[in-house]
Design a protein around this ligand. Sequence first.
Ligand code: PGA
Length: 267
Amino acid sequence: MPRCTVIANWKMHGTQTQARDLARAVRRLVGNRFRAAEVVLAPPFTSLETVRRALAGSRLRLAAQNLYWQPHGAFTGEVSADMLRDAGCSHVIVGHSERRRLFGETNRDVGRKLGAALEASLKPILCVGETLEERRRGDTHRTLSAQLTGALKGVPKSVIESLTVAYEPVWAIGTGRHATPAQVAETHGWIRRALARRFGTASGRAIPIVYGGSVNPDNAAELARVTEVDGVLVGGASLDHQSFAAIVKVFSTEFSTATGKTRTTDK
Ligand code: PGA
């Protein structure tokens, strides 16, 4: 049983050939090793099938970076949850800050997407996080609260075992400036308590909370040791198979050693 999750978000990068080569390289490096980590790759839509084939028969999982909440219809340019299931996805990223900031996704939209994903038995990776301005103003918890409430409203307790929350401070994404272990510990702890209030202590505790924002092989170990960090969502560093595999190795090692960290569900 994997005890932590390491997700590669390739964003809008790569042709199908590049995606195939990268997926094969990751599979070669992590395929049968580092089993304490669940490994999920999220290529662009156009490479989902290519990557699905490259990962077939392995334990690596496939994710989409976005979805639309309607099942089908006249929604030019959109892709539904069932279509993603059909394309071989087990997971889908929902509410990434780039979607919110550049494409105007609201908390309500994110909630609908999350609901559609759960209904289709896709595992949603729900991204939340504050801007630098919100952190400076002392509004981090207020922002996270609105994002969590908006997304989780109406979500029944029975389906939350497939949910992962990704704490991704906007100011740490793609900036080379990751949140400090103290900031991550404080914020993950706050999210954990919010989830426990929403779903009850046991269920709230079982939801993995991963960190995202400038994760790389050099900072992975200090992040992996933080209480309440159950994995990472990796952008830039996931485009290099060696960097990504190094991060997977760090997390798997941290979570598998006898003296190492136990995941939330084990506590
Ligand atoms: P980054 O991106 O690792 O390049 O900062 C993380 C993300 O946006 O998920």
